[in-house]
Design a protein around this ligand. Structure first.
Ligand SMILES: [Mn+2]
Length: 341
């Protein structure tokens, strides 16, 4: 089955899921609220109907999302410990992955046992994708919205509260709390149903957005005093070095959302973060307000993403990556400002 941003027949998806008994759910490394929430949303449904279902991710659950884990549903992959269970998996459903390789070593397990896979995602995938079944909806604000769509046809009873907690988390985080341009009517309709099912939306909000570590605050202070503006302030960029991370005793999760914050500055159309990973590579991250696309810039640097939220991992020292990335961004945005792109 291949719904590559073509109208999805959820009944066909349902046939595949119904035929599987042992089902593994997974999402990309360093998971976010959408991947985790989509997993949770589908997990409780599959559990209820008696499937042998487990959520197995490459990365451990980030602290911010422990509120979804009251039943200890999130497991962290370990080849030796999972070999026995994984070899008999009938279906691996992968959420929000963007790129297959972002489930890292789980790819090896899938390939060595020849497992059937189903991709459920709102990121673009090429037609020669590696999945057995491909279910992509680029118009979905979150992968969680797609799980909502599926459960509409899969269930004869209302979606349970625990599923809705996952779906709400997915929609809330991928829309930046119902603020980004992808926020549509459906997001609010889902939110209403979440409230009706008893989800404490304010508690989820607080768990995700009012839970900053002191390390994050220290890091934020440093980067805000070192913002760089280009093109009359249309582009703002900043760097997070390994030294800054060490000084603040910060983890990767502490960096989430900084690009969104910088984009919020008046006049800034595009925010760019350059995040030093080690001596040989940096992670870069673009956020656009919506006037200028950024995934083409990310793509030219070896990455990809959505039109207005994209990123890449760029090889090279911080100095080299900074020059290359900032120059490419200035050039691309200047051309778009001049209307020549
Ligand atoms: Mn997503």
């Amino acid at each position: 089955m291949n719904f590559n941003n073509t109208p999805i027949d959820w009944h066909q998806v349902h046939e595949v899921i119904s035929a599987a008994d042992r089902i593994m759910l997974s999402t990309h490394e360093n998971p976010d609220g959408d991947g985790l929430g989509a997993e949770c949303g589908l997990y409780y449904h599959l559990k209820e109907i008696g499937k042998d279902v487990r959520i197995v991710n490459y990365s451990p659950l980030p602290d911010d999302y422990t509120f979804l884990n009251s039943d200890q549903i999130y497991e962290c992959y370990d080849q030796d410990a999972y070999e026995d269970w994984i070899k008999d998996v009938d279906l691996v459903i992968i959420f929000d992955v963007g790129d297959y390789v972002r489930i890292r070593t789980i790819v090896d397990a899938i390939e060595s046992h020849g497992l059937t896979t189903m991709n459920i995602d709102h990121h673009p995938h090429s037609d020669d994708h590696p999945f057995t079944h491909n279910v992509v909806d680029l118009s979905a604000a979150a992968t969680g919205c797609m799980i909502y769509d599926y459960l509409q046809i899969a269930r004869s009873t209302p979606i349970v509260k625990k599923s809705f907690e996952g779906i709400y988390t997915a929609v809330m985080t991928d829309t930046g709390c119902f603020r980004y341009s992808n926020t549509d009517k459906k997001c609010y309709e889902i939110a209403i149903q979440c409230l009706e099912s008893g989800v404490e939306t304010h508690t989820i909000y607080q768990s995700v957005y009012e839970n900053s570590t002191k390390s994050r605050m220290q890091l934020m202070g440093e980067l805000l005093t070192n913002l760089h503006y280009e093109l009359d302030g249309n582009l703002a960029w900043f760097i997070i070095t390994k030294d800054m991370m060490d000084r603040a005793n910060a983890s990767k999760a502490d960096v989430d959302g900084f690009s969104d914050m910088v984009r919020s500055i008046r006049g800034v159309e595009v925010a760019l973060m350059i995040f030093e990973q080690n001596e040989e590579s940096c992670r870069i991250n673009f956020r656009s307000k919506g006037k200028y696309s950024v995934n083409d810039i990310a793509k030219s640097l070896g990455g990809g993403g959505h039109a207005f939220a994209a990123g890449a991992v760029v090889s090279g020292s911080l100095v080299d990556v900074k020059e290359k990335t900032v120059n490419a961004s200035i050039e691309s945005i200047r051309q778009k400002m001049n209307g020549s792109l």
